[in-house]
Design a protein around this ligand. Structure first.
Ligand SMILES: NC(=O)c1ccc[n+]([C@@H]2O[C@H](COP(=O)([O-])OP(=O)(O)OC[C@H]3O[C@@H](n4cnc5c(N)ncnc54)[C@H](O)[C@@H]3O)[C@@H](O)[C@H]2O)c1
Ligand SMILES: C[C@@H](CO)CCC[C@@H](C)[C@H]1CC[C@H]2[C@@H]3[C@H](O)C=C4C[C@@H](O)CC[C@]4(C)[C@H]3CC[C@]12C
Length: 372
């Protein structure tokens, strides 16, 4: 067997998706000699990975700092760039979101060019396409489906700009004279072990006596994908970039699996139901106009309270529009181009996520015991 010789850099490697990718690369990339994990905040579990045959190098750094990025990229063969500020709740300023997601990506591209690193995979998002503010449905769409993408919110706008930078950089000459090969993966809403919003819904349900209240019609369909399959798709595309650079270079791929198309709430109940929660109502308990009013009120309160405190509830006009707009993908482009098949079936993805939710503190059993 050929001696391992590749150096991979994963930015954002300590995040929700990043930690799954780091483990998956260690398991499924036999050519790996060194895995660099670059993140603003390093996690203690990285220490446990240092014992295997691959050198795992933890790098505390900020993608907005060009010199830190350049040092991390130097000598890397493949960069998987997934560091980013994910915020649709108004926790961060639009400037910070732009700076980290767009300027940070620019810094990564320039570092690749300077260092002679040829392969760059960018973790984009379905939100570079939609849902748009007009609430147009995207039903079983693929990478070529026409859609009126309008980006008013800072997060999807930043992802769209960053993705454009990455795709435009494909073919640029890197140090040494060879061309840069780039592509972007666009996951739908990711779920799985470590998914904070799922945990927030679970805790909210526990506080409400094991109930959640339906707010979204069950007819709305939302695309979801298991985190392990998103990580797997990154591993496969990174491996194939060199072999099939003409085919993959400059391409985008929706990131999908066999998770069922359901409304955001109905999908969550596939996980939270077996954890002891139930969703009350077959129709939304509040009319849409009232939810819209509450979402608008939340946005106003957020703005008024900003000088004093951070008020960032789940419900705001953007999240309400997302949750109420059908957005599902159906495509085989990743399969045709680099042989992607989900590694985890829906049953396994669901079982793993249920186990994780049940293992988080405050199960229904504990809450009931405390209440009795
Ligand atoms: N979670 C989803 O549903 C979803 C869906 C589609 C796409 N994405 C994309 O996937 C990527 C990972 O998302 P996630 O859900 O794991 O988010 P996350 O917030 O859990 O992880 C992001 C990581 O990036 C790091 N980071 C943030 N700012 C940084 C900076 N300035 N320098 C270095 N590191 C920095 C964070 O510390 C964190 O570890 C993001 O680019 C996101 O846009 C996520
Ligand atoms: C009205 C509420 C009643 O229960 C429901 C609000 C649900 C929202 C909090 C979530 C609905 C859709 C989610 C987003 C979607 O899954 C895709 C995403 C893409 C990714 O790049 C980041 C996360 C997210 C924006 C995700 C965030 C939570 C929702 C808005």
């Amino acid at each position: 067997m050929e001696a391992p010789k590749l150096v991979y850099l994963v930015t954002g490697g300590c995040g929700f998706l990043g930690r799954h990718l780091v483990r998956m690369l260690l398991q499924h990339e036999p050519r790996l000699a060194e895995l660099r994990v670059f993140d603003l905040h390093l996690e203690p579990w990285l220490e446990e990975l240092q014992t295997g045959p691959v050198q795992v190098t933890a790098i505390q750094g900020d993608v907005t700092q060009p010199h830190e990025v350049a040092a991390a990229v130097s000598g890397a063969h493949v960069v998987i760039h997934m560091a980013g500020l994910v915020d649709v709740f108004g926790r961060a300023s639009p400037e910070a979101i732009h700076h980290i997601n767009v300027q940070g990506t620019h810094n990564i591209i320039e570092a690749c060019v300077q260092a002679g690193t040829r392969f760059l995979v960018y973790t984009s998002s379905m939100e570079v396409v939609g849902p748009n503010i007009k609430g147009h449905a995207f039903y079983r769409g693929n990478e070529d489906t026409p859609y009126e993408a309008v980006h008013k919110h800072p997060y999807p706008r930043s992802k769209a700009l960053a993705e454009k930078l990455v795709l435009e950089a494909n073919g640029r000459e890197v140090r040494g004279g060879l061309p840069l090969v780039t592509c972007a993966l666009r996951p739908t809403g990711i779920y799985g072990e470590g998914h904070q919003v799922m945990r927030d819904f679970y805790r909210q349900g526990l506080r409400l006596g094991g109930r959640l209240f339906r707010a979204i019609p069950s007819s709305v369909e939302h695309g979801r994908v298991y985190v392990g399959n998103v990580a797997w798709m990154h591993v496969l595309v990174a491996q194939e970039l060199e072999r099939s650079s003409a085919r993959l270079g400059g391409q985008v791929y929706f990131c999908y699996d066999q998770s069922p198309y359901k409304s955001y709430e109905d999908f969550n109940m596939e996980i939270l139901g077996p954890c002891g929660l139930r969703l009350v109502g077959t129709r939304p308990l509040l009319p849409y106009w009232l939810l819209l009013l509450l979402a608008g009120l939340n946005a106003l309160l957020q703005w008024l309270l900003r000088p004093l405190l951070l008020y960032a509830p789940l419900l705001n006009p953007y999240t309400l529009a997302m949750a109420n707009t059908t957005f599902t993908v159906s495509t085989d482009k990743a399969h045709r181009h680099f042989g992607y098949e989900p590694l985890f079936s829906w049953e396994e993805s669901r079982a793993r996520t249920i186990r994780w939710v049940q293992s988080t503190e405050g199960s229904v059993g504990k809450a009931q015991a405390a209440g009795s």
